[in-house]
Design a protein around this ligand. Sequence first.
Ligand SMILES: Cc1cc2nc3c(=O)[nH]c(=O)nc-3n(C[C@H](O)[C@H](O)[C@H](O)COP(=O)(O)O)c2cc1C
Length: 341
Amino acid sequence: MFYRLARNVLFAADPEQAHHLTLEGLRLGKRLGATALVRQRGGSPVRCMGLDFPNAVGVAPGLDKNADYFEALGALGFGFVEVGTVTPRPQPGNPKPRVFRLPEAEGLINRLGFNNRGVDHLVDRIRRRRFDGILGVNIGKNADTPIASAADDYLHCLERVYPHADYITVNVSSPNTRDLRSLQDEQALDSLLEALGRRRGELGRKHQRRVPMAVKVAPDLDDEALDGIAHAVERHEIDAVIATNTTLSRDGVEGLRHADEAGGLSGAPLRARADAVLTALRERLPSGIALIGVGGITAGQHAADKRRRGADLVQFYTGMIYRGPDLLGECLRATADPEPS
Ligand SMILES: Cc1cc2nc3c(=O)[nH]c(=O)nc-3n(C[C@H](O)[C@H](O)[C@H](O)COP(=O)(O)O)c2cc1C
């Protein structure tokens, strides 16, 4: 109800400004103790990747790129927050405007290009955290790092965030960083995961703690590409696959205002494709490798559907813009274990 009113004001503003306003408002609300009024309850605990999640519903990365707001987001009742994507050095991202709403379709197109304040800022934010849910950190590469040296950027971020993250996601699927998606090719992924796996082993011994690692994939992959990803993920003892990132496809939004903007499409128009990739990955991966379903959740039943398809956990971003915290409440109820009869 409250969010429906606020939405009218927010949708009159530029999407990036609205994003900033909402998160600042949320943070202020938490400081004043007002977040308790909109805190969503319910859901059931889930054990996944060796971690105990208070519930199965999380914030997808991109919403809190610099880890400035995860305490406030957590206070809404999310079981986990994935911050990032973070890169070794700060970078501004692509020129504005670079985020576009497609309200008729409950969709969004963005070409932000990993705008973020760099890994040192992020580490500074998370090292003193009080959030008692699970904190994931999503890592990537700087735009000006040649793709041939991408592993150096991922290794740098891995090393910096390792002592502070509950799990770490290797993002090889953003459409807005040139050539990034080529890291999903089996050979390229194999050598990247090999390097990250080796460094994770060393860090695990140093810090006496094994931090689970996830790989986030695109929805625009054919069966052969999914086979390759499944093989690489299994070979390198990756703990989870996150499906999916935004899509380059414009299916379902043709003719709508902004549909031809360059970038990745998220929200309702992405759902069918993201769900298909989730199902295809569940068929290909052993049950010991977890799946996190993301893409197009705009109602509780979509979260439940992803769980039926084999997702252990779910995340959303665009749904938060269109539905606000109510969507979290719906998802918590839809993913709760049934009451014993
Ligand atoms: C504005 C925006 C920024 C995003 N930034 C990132 C990012 O930095 N890293 C990432 O892995 N995914 C990013 N994503 C993708 C989301 O995490 C998610 O995978 C995708 O939007 C599909 O979920 P949704 O339909 O619930 O939004 C971003 C999405 C949006 C809309």
